[in-house]
Ligand binder design. Structure first.
Ligand code: DOR
Ligand code: ZN
Length: 418
C-alpha cells in the first residue's frame, strides 16, 4: 500500500527548476511523484493550497541547537520542532556546543540524535580547528566521512592564516565547504590583541586573498558590513568561488534597536548602521548574498538579563525568520518573493550539497506551504524553542508558513507542530 498526498491549486515557486505557476504536486510515500496541472489521484489525501505558495522545504544553514552541553537553552528535539514551526525542513547545526564538535565521536552522536528525533533533516557542521589554542587543523577527511555537512569555528575566527590556507586546500580536496565566522571573540583578542580595523572586514579580505591564492572556495557566514560585502562583490566579479549569507536581523534591524531592546539586540556580528542594513538588502537583490540563515542562537533569560558587557550574544530566529522577511522585505517591495525563496532553498542546497532545495520528481518530499497574507503577531511564549530571546516579540507580521512537510509527512499544520 502506498500513501499518497495531493497538494492542489497552490502557486509553486521552485527557482532551481524555473517554475512559478499554479500546479498540483503528488507525493508518493516520502517522495515527490509528479508536478503538473490538474493531477487527480484516487485515494490520495488532499491538501487545498488555493491562495497559498508552495516552495521546496526551507533550509537554514546556520542554527544553534546547543546539544550537547547546553540543553537548558535548546536541544535537538526542541530545535527540530522550532524549525518545523518556522517552515524549515533542513538545518545545519553549528559546532560551538559544549564540548565543541571537533571529533568524530561527538559529531556522530549529534547526527544520530537528529535521526532519532527524526522530525527534520538535521545536519551538523564540525570545527575547522582543534586543540586548546585552536591552532591545529581538524582532520577534514575523517570528519567529512563521519558526516560533517561543512566546517566552521562558530563564534571565533580562524586567526592563523597558514592554518586557514591549509583548511581551504583540504576542504577543496574533500569536496566540502568551509564557512568561516569573520568576527572577533575574547579568545581571539587574547591572542591577536585588538585589530586595527573591523574584524569582519579584516578576516573577509584575508580569506578572499587566500581563496584567490589557492584557487579554492569559501562560504562566508553572516556578513553584516557594507565594506566586507563590497569586497565579496569584487571577488565574485573576478570569478572567485565565494558565496555568503546574511541573517534576517542584519537585513532589518540597525544599531538603534540596541537602545530599544537592550541585550536582546546584542549579537555577534553586532547590529550595524542603517547604511549597512540597506547594503545587505542591495546585496541580496543583486545576488552578492546567496543565502539567508537565521543564526538561531538560544540563550536563557539569566544569560541575557545581565549588563551589556556580560550578556550573552545572539538571538533566536528560526520561528520568525520567514514571517519577518516576508513582512519587512517582500511586502515592502524591497526583495521579490522568488528571490527570497531562492536564498532559503536552492542556493543553500547547492552550496552545501544537500539533497534538497528543489521539487523535482524523485526528490524527498520536503515542502513548505506559505500563506503570504496571513497576519499574525509574534509571541515568544508560544515558541517551540526553549528560549525566548527574540527582539521580534510582539511584532505584527504578514506572511507565515502554514504547513511543513518532511519526507512526505505533515509535521506542522496551521502553526501546530504535530
Ligand atoms: O551572536 C552570536 N551567537 N554569534 C555567534 O557567532 C555565536 C552565537 C551563539 O552561539 O550564541
Ligand atoms: Zn554563528
Amino acid at each position: 500500500m502506498h500513501n499518497y498526498l495531493l497538494i492542489k491549486n497552490g502557486r509553486v515557486i521552485d527557482h532551481a527548476n524555473n517554475i512559478d505557476a499554479k500546479l498540483d504536486i503528488l507525493i508518493k510515500n516520502d517522495t515527490i511523484d509528479s508536478i503538473a496541472p490538474n493531477i487527480s489521484k484516487k485515494d490520495a489525501t488532499l491538501i487545498d493550497a488555493s491562495n497559498l505558495i508552495i516552495t521546496p522545504g526551507l533550509i537554514d544553514v546556520h542554527t544553534h541547537f546547543r546539544e550537547p552541553g547546553e540543553e537548558q537553552k535548546e536541544d535537538i528535539y526542541t530545535g527540530s520542532r522550532a524549525a518545523l514551526a518556522g517552515g524549515f525542513t533542513s538545518v545545519i547545526c553549528e559546532p560551538n556546543t559544549k564540548p565543541r564538535i571537533d571529533n568524530s565521536d561527538i559529531l556522530k552522536k549529534v547526527i544520530k540524535r537528529g535521526k532519532e528525533v527524526g522530525l527534520i533533516n538535521l545536519y551538523s557542521s564540525a570545527c575547522i580547528t582543534t586543540g586548546d589554542k585552536h591552532n591545529q587543523l581538524i582532520n577534514i577527511r575523517e570528519l567529512k566521512d563521519s558526516g560533517a555537512a561543512m566546517f566552521t569555528d562558530d563564534g571565533d575566527p580562524v586567526i592563523y592564516p597558514e592554518l586557514m590556507q591549509k583548511a581551504l586546500i583540504e576542504a577543496q580536496k574533500n569536496k566540502i565547504m568551509l564557512s568561516p565566522h569573520c568576527e572577533s571573540s575574547n579568545w581571539a583578542e587574547s591572542i591577536t590583541g585588538k585589530l586595527n580595523e573591523e574584524p569582519e572586514i579584516f578576516y573577509v579580505k584575508r580569506d578572499i586573498a587566500l581563496v584567490e591564492k589557492t584557487n579554492t572556495s569559501l562560504h562566508f557566514a553572516h556578513i553584516s558590513l557594507e565594506e566586507s560585502l563590497n569586497a565579496i562583490r569584487i571577488a565574485k566579479s573576478k570569478g572567485l568561488n565565494i558565496t555568503c549569507e546574511v541573517t534576517p536581523h542584519h537585513l532589518i534591524l540597525d544599531k538603534s534597536y540596541e537602545k530599544k531592546y537592550g541585550t536582546l539586540a546584542k549579537v555577534n556580528p553586532a547590529l550595524r548602521k542603517i547604511s549597512d542594513v540597506k547594503a545587505m538588502q542591495d546585496g541580496l537583490r543583486d545576488g552578492t548574498i546567496d543565502v539567508i540563515a537565521s543564526d538561531h542562537a538560544p540563550h536563557t533569560k539569566a544569560d541575557k538579563d545581565l549588563v551589556w558587557e556580560k550578556a550573552a550574544c545572539g538571538m533566536i530566529g528560526i520561528e520568525t525568520s520567514l514571517g519577518v522577511l516576508l513582512s519587512e522585505l517582500v511586502h515592502k517591495n524591497i526583495i521579490p518573493l522568488n528571490v527570497l525563496i531562492a536564498k532559503l532553498t536552492c542556493n543553500p542546497a547547492r552550496i552545501f550539497n544537500l539533497p534538497a532545495g528543489h521539487l523535482t520528481p524523485g526528490m524527498p518530499a520536503d515542502i513548505t506551504i506559505i500563506d503570504l497574507n496571513k497576519e499574525w503577531a509574534v509571541d515568544v511564549n508560544k515558541f517551540e524553542s526553549k528560549s525566548r530571546n527574540s527582539p521580534f516579540d510582539k511584532w505584527k507580521l504578514k506572511g507565515k508558513p502554514v504547513m511543513t512537510i518532511v519526507k512526505g509527512k505533515i509535521r506542522m499544520k496551521d502553526g501546530i507542530v504535530l
